[in-house]
Design a protein around this ligand. Structure first.
Ligand code: GLC
Ligand code: CA
Length: 582
């Protein structure tokens, strides 16, 4: 299992063992004090004018990321793919899609990152492959042969019914005809993403071989896609329908699927542990008792994302039925996630990713959106216990796009949710407003580098239209403005790495403060020798907050000043403070 090594490649100085034990007895890992960034390559930077971001574009932005303070970079998929789901449908796990570049570009990216003391993560998409993968092609030709067993194939039922009534994530039944045969194959996502049969040891061997091949190349590790889907509840059966289509959300089946740990433990042992590689799991709906197995010292993964606030309010009926979120809900989600993990392991904290709308548009009411409120959200997230993952453009405050027509949408999931909303009785305008709130394309618009045409992303036509607000929200302007959100993120990251505070910010306990005070989100970060207090006024009206002790130092403030009163502070419109207490 996991090697008991405290010091590994890339690690610098560790604290003496005694101090470690005082904080908690968690095993120290090389990545604990790092800050990660997710790149969406297709929308990052285009160097050849074809409107598609590429690896050379990513390489050209490494210095920008280094300057921000980033250590670990997760690349959304760049493997050979028909891009039906933007690369989450892989046709060859050993090849780079020519639209993104070549294997030489990839090798150079890894090498250039290393030069800068940075690590590259790839996306590991192994719940499914593409229907254009050779395995699937061969399964179609010979369903009862070796490759038929790489997938979940079922005979068609004589009465015309499907083997199960599970609904795929992107709409419609999970069963589709296996071309040229009288069989059906299972796809949890799009029909161009056939699920791989993890019960077959040959499939698992192929996956491990591929992971190790990339790790040998010097990759830092992987972000692991949709991993909770690899275990199905067998034998197949129906679940209660939850929409008029007679189908049942696939999560009902997943609740019943037992024994995923055997697969994940085997994968960790056969791959990541041998390289001390970093892995972050896209894990949903884990049970509290499973957390140590997932992300404890010898966990299947290094860490997993906290999705509590991203799934808050979601409905089995669809996006149109989602419940809005208040600051109190946000606070409750974050504190709940922090509490359930405690110091068992490390969560990875996000405000957004490529599957979500922009966090500032989601967690801050529209009329309150400002530089100060964006900074507040940044500080609240980056001061949490766990590993910060910043998503491309988050550091400059990129916002949701307004979709004027469904023709402006590319994402398959959004196209489905639009139809679902219309079917449920929404008008076209209502359906457009629903997808404007939740569309994954909100996060996939081109990165806004400058105030020049197409936001400086491409000299051609971008594959997805840029957000019109690039004239006011862009990297170039923010780099020139010392008060910008970019520089605020930079400051938060620098604070996290400052030797004076690092121990507390990385390993300190998180204890909520005045949790009952409405629209105040506040917490301590505490070690035996140091107490930091994060105070955020999650609203426009000012609010008075009692201080639990004397202030030694002001570490972060999104305003030029602070209004103190005896034993308290008056926080302004979305003011956030990080204080060191005496
Ligand atoms: C994950 C990815 C998402 C993709 C899905 C299927 O949720 O983050 O983008 O559509 O898996 O691979
Ligand atoms: Ca390009």
């Amino acid at each position: 299992m996991f090697q008991n090594k405290r010091i590994k490649k890339g690690t610098k100085t560790w604290l003496p063992a005694k101090t470690i034990m005082e904080v908690n007895d968690m095993k120290r890992k090389w990545w604990h004090d790092k800050v990660a960034y997710q790149i969406y390559p297709k929308s990052c930077y285009d160097t050849n004018g074809d409107g598609i971001g590429d690896l050379r574009g990513v390489i050209s932005k490494l210095d920008y990321l280094k300057d921000l303070g980033i250590d670990i970079i997760w690349l959304s998929p760049i493997y050979k793919s028909p891009l039906a789901d933007q690369g989450y449908d892989i046709a060859d796990y050993y090849a780079i899609d020519p639209r993104f570049g070549t294997m030489e570009d990839m090798d150079r990216l890894i090498a250039e990152a290393k030069k800068r003391d940075m690590y590259i993560l790839m996306d590991l998409v192994v719940n499914h492959c593409s229907n254009e993968h050779e395995w699937f092609q061969r399964a179609c030709k010979d369903p009862s042969g070796k490759y038929g067993n790489f997938f979940y194939l079922e005979d068609k039922r004589q009465d015309g019914s499907l083997p199960t009534n599970w609904r795929s994530y992107f709409g419609g039944p999970v069963w589709e005809e296996l071309p040229g045969t009288d069989k059906l194959y299972l796809h949890s996502f799009h029909k161009k993403q056939p699920d791989l049969n993890w019960e077959n040891p040959e499939v698992r061997e192929e996956v491990y071989k591929n992971i190790n091949w990339w790790l040998e190349k010097g990759l830092g590790g992987f972000r692991i896609d949709a991993i909770i889907n690899i275990k199905k509840a067998l034998p197949l059966k129906n679940y209660p329908a939850d929409r008029a289509d007679g189908l049942s959300t696939i999560s009902n089946m997943l609740k019943d699927a037992k024994g995923i740990g055997a697969f994940l433990g085997e994968m960790q042992e056969r791959t990541f542990s041998k390289y001390d590689a970093f892995s972050v799991g896209e894990v949903f709906n884990e049970k509290p008792e499973e957390i140590p197995a997932f992300i404890g010292d010898n966990g299947y993964f290094s860490t997993m994302f906290d999705f509590e606030e991203t799934i808050f309010g979601s409905s089995d009926k669809g996006w149109y039925d989602a419940k809005p979120m208040t600051p109190e809900d946000y606070k409750a989600c974050i504190f709940h996630a922090q509490k359930k993990v405690g110091d068992t392991g490390f969560l990875s904290n996000i405000i957004e990713n490529h599957d979500e709308p922009r966090g500032v548009s989601r967690y801050i009411p529209k009329e309150d959106l400002s530089l100060e409120s964006k900074k507040m959200l940044a500080a609240l997230s980056l001061m949490l216990r766990g590993l910060p993952f910043i998503y491309q453009g988050q550091e400059i405050g990129m916002e949701n796009k307004v979709f004027h027509s469904i023709d402006e949408v590319n994402d398959i999931s959004t196209l489905d949710e639009y139809k679902v909303a219309l079917k449920a009785g929404c008008s076209v305008d209502e359906a457009l407003s629903v997808i404007s709130r939740f569309s994954r394309d909100n996060a996939r618009t081109p990165m806004q580098w400058s105030n020049t045409p197409h936001a400086g992303f491409t000299t051609g036509e971008p594959w997805l239209k840029e957000n019109e607000n690039y004239t006011t929200i862009n990297v170039e302007d923010e780099l020139a403005d010392p008060n910008s959100l970019f520089h605020f993120y930079q400051k938060l990251i620098a604070l996290r790495k400052n030797p004076k505070y690092k121990e507390t910010i990385v390993y300190g306990k998180l204890i909520p403060y005045l949790q009952e005070q409405k629209n105040l989100m506040a917490y301590y970060r505490k070690t035996e020798n140091q107490t930091l207090l994060v105070l955020a006024n999650y609203q426009k009206p000012e609010q008075k907050v009692f201080l639990p002790g004397k202030v030694k130092e002001i570490l972060i403030n999104n305003y030029p000043d602070i209004v103190w009163e005896e034993n308290s502070v008056i926080l302004k419109n979305y003011q956030v403070l990080v204080l060191e207490l005496l």
